[in-house]
Write a protein that binds this ligand. Structure first.
Ligand code: GRF
Length: 197
């Protein structure tokens, strides 16, 4: 089964997933392979990394489309080029665009996301700053199936990190990101196993 990874930036989660696929032999064990990395930003750092790995890449630049619907249609088309049977797991890895209900519906059950908070707390942006401002003692990350409502949907995996005295949003983000790199591959592997070949 193909995995299509969507990114917007650094792509450190994508890198963790690609490395896990190699180390855990997903192709041999689960019939799963990273078929493509697609970015909405032509300058996303993760794209160059993926190319260096010899992975197929594509860019669907949201700025080239007049509406979310038009962008999502182009994105779905780009995914379909790497997913002839319409079975790919579509992995949002730091993909910073809100998707339309039509897009989410099309990929229902095989569209997953990672969010840097302990959902349902702090959906949306600036999660680390908001967790600090709220006086939380713990923060974390959540892998979840994507539904039409932003940063909702069934939870597949979570990790918790402590918030330490004097934490800044940046320090907390780095602590959370380390955990993201562990739980995202784990969640994907479990999804693949549960989905069967
Ligand atoms: C991660 O914290 C992810 O949860 C978020 O944006 C960040 C992306 O990092 N929404 P990267 O591009 O995977 O390095």
């Amino acid at each position: 089964r193909p995995l299509v990874i969507l990114i917007s930036g650094t792509g450190s989660n994508m890198q963790a997933i690609v490395r896990a696929a190699q180390a855990q032999r997903w192709r041999e064990r689960l019939g799963a392979f990273v078929a493509a990395v697609i970015s909405n930003r032509p300058d996303a750092k993760g794209l160059a990394w993926a190319q260096g790995e010899g992975l197929p890449t594509a860019v669907v630049d949201h700025k080239a489309y007049p509406s979310r619907e038009a962008f999502d249609a182009a994105l779905a088309e780009a995914i379909a080029r790497f997913d002839p049977d319409g079975r790919a797991l579509v992995v949002l890895a730091g993909f910073m665009r809100i998707l339309t209900p039509g897009f989410v519906e099309r990929f229902a059950g095989r569209l997953i996301n990672i969010h840097p908070s302990l959902l349902p707390a702090f959906p949306g942006l600036h999660t680390h700053r908001r967790a600090l401002e709220a006086g939380c003692r713990f923060a974390g990350a959540t892998v979840h199936l994507v539904t039409a409502e932003l940063d909702h949907g069934p939870i597949l995996e979570q990790a918790v990190v402590p918030i330490l005295p004097g934490d800044t949003p940046e320090a907390l983000a780095a602590r959370v990101l380390t955990q993201e790199h562990l739980i995202y591959p784990r969640a994907i592997e479990r999804w693949l196993r549960d989905a069967g070949a």
